[in-house]
Write a protein that binds this ligand. Structure first.
Ligand code: PFF
Length: 458
């Protein structure tokens, strides 16, 4: 179905379907790869605490704000701001979201491509006790042809689902698969915390040492919270725009935020005990971390010798699906925009934007050992993929969320937003707290973080 004018737009089948789709967007590589990677680099438990605070006082209110804008206007992010603030430049926030969506998709698909390669490895019996998982990772990521081919394969999958549209494409996939992922993660967490030597990892993850906290840690935690919740770039505006006028907003926002945060927490509970129990601590860092550590846990799953095969294949299939339900939302922002504003057919929009994301992603695909100067970008001290993640997966989302909070808090107005909630929820519980957060706390905290980021960088 095409998302055309508000009159003939598709909608989610139910509130549950929306929650699962939005949770599908939120839950992805950001939870299972991004969160443990960032927590590992930024002090463990202290990062976790700051992350949780950021989710509660900045993430959740902005999530509700994006949902209000989306559901009220039933438009793409650019069109939504144009409708609510005609003739003013607010639509640029939406435009930045469309751009960020395509660029994030470009590197997200590289990581998701690795996931697909791991499905094949696991299914063909590579996950056996004592396997050299670092060598396995290099074999996939450091060779140009496999790295680019898997990236291409994943983009094609994403385009395919998005062409299917909201209800027939996105909704059908997420409804079944998200619950299965949750169950498997709980099983893996139980396995990880009962490994011999898991205690050191648990302490690293759960016993905060605030002496390690500096601005860098705070910036990383806030950026990670937005990335993980799919906020700051209009993905939730877009998904909210397909929400029916009958479905409650506050509980939807709470569910999506809660589910996403629980999965990130669980991922940490899997990674850190495993990391310390298997002696990986200092040697593995950055984007490869999860792809090297997790397989070593999966390889130890009972029953011998099939555990690695069963759990390994199952895990990476589910991770691939979690990545897919996120990548479709990254593409959907641009597609909804092109369909609404440019009147392109959905198919053309998905294929063209997908092709752009593929080409833009090639340098990221070559940034993990295939090409030296992309693996270690001169003068930057990180690889190209991490650089894009820092700029578009973190900084741009913080900028976007800052303006969204100003827009909802001061321009469009907390009254209009509150009315949108009351239209379905009857009353707006926590309105007072939300108002203070979106008007004062979010903009102030985000502004401080932006200034600090600029001071740190230059
Ligand atoms: N939230 C997704 C994840 O955690 O993997 C990534 C993402 C999707 C970010 C959609 C932003 C977005 F708009």
């Amino acid at each position: 179905m095409d998302a055309g004018t508000p009159q003939n737009r598709d909608t989610w089948g139910s509130k549950t379907a929306f929650i699962l789709a939005a949770a599908g967007s939120a839950i992805g590589l950001g939870n299972i790869w991004g969160f443990p990677t960032q927590a590992g680099l930024n002090g463990g438990a202290a990062f976790l605490v700051i992350y949780l605070i950021a989710v509660a006082i900045i993430g959740a209110p902005v999530m509700l704000g994006e949902l209000m804008i989306g559901r009220h206007t039933q438009r793409n992010p650019v069109g939504a701001f144009k409708q609510l603030a005609p003739g003013a430049p607010w639509w640029l926030i939406g435009a930045m979201g469309v751009l960020a969506g395509v660029i994030i998709l470009s590197f997200y698909s590289v990581l998701a491509g690795w996931t697909m390669a791991y499905i094949v490895r696991a299914a063909t019996g590579a996950f056996t006790a004592g396997v050299d998982t670092a060598a396995m990772f290099n074999d996939i990521a450091a060779r140009p042809l496999p790295a680019i081919s898997w990236h291409l394969g994943f983009i094609i999958l994403t385009v395919f689902v998005v062409i299917g549209g909201v209800r027939d494409g996105i909704e059908r996939w997420t409804k079944v698969l998200m619950p299965v992922l949750l169950v498997l993660l709980v099983l893996l967490a139980v396995r990880a915390v009962t490994l011999p030597g898991a205690g050191t990892g648990l302490a690293f993850y759960l016993k905060p040492d605030f002496s390690v906290v500096d601005w860098r840690v705070v910036i990383a935690a806030v950026g990670q919270a937005f990335f993980s919740l799919s906020l700051g770039m209009g993905a939730i505006i877009t998904y909210g725009s397909y929400l029916s006028k009958k479905d409650e907003l506050v509980s939807s926002a709470a569910w999506v935020t809660g589910l996403d945060t629980s999965i990130a927490f669980l991922a940490g509970l899997i990674i850190f005990p495993t990391m310390f129990a298997t002696g990986f601590d200092a040697s593995v860092q950055g984007p490869s971390m999860v792809f090297v550590i997790l397989p070593s846990l999966l390889s130890t799953m009972p029953p011998e010798p099939y555990g690695g095969l069963i759990f390994g294949t199952g895990f990476f299939i589910l991770l691939g699906i979690a990545a897919l339900t996120s990548s479709i939302s990254l593409l959907e922002v641009g597609v909804t925009w092109a369909v609404d504003e440019k009147k392109w057919p959905r198919k053309k929009a998905a294929m063209l934007l997908g092709a752009i994301a593929f080409v833009l992603g090639i340098p990221s695909a070559l940034a993990n050992g295939a090409v030296d100067w992309l693996t270690n970008v001169p003068g930057v001290g990180m690889d190209f993929l991490s650089l894009l993640f820092t700029i578009f997966g973190s900084f741009a989302l913080i900028v976007g969320a800052f303006f969204i909070s100003i827009f909802v808090g001061w321009k469009w107005g907390v009254k209009a937003g509150g009315d949108e909630v009351r239209a379905t929820d009857g009353r707006f519980r926590l309105e007072g707290i939300w108002t203070v957060l979106i008007r004062f706390v979010c903009p102030a905290a985000l502004l401080i973080i932006l200034v600090q980021t600029l001071l740190d960088t230059f």
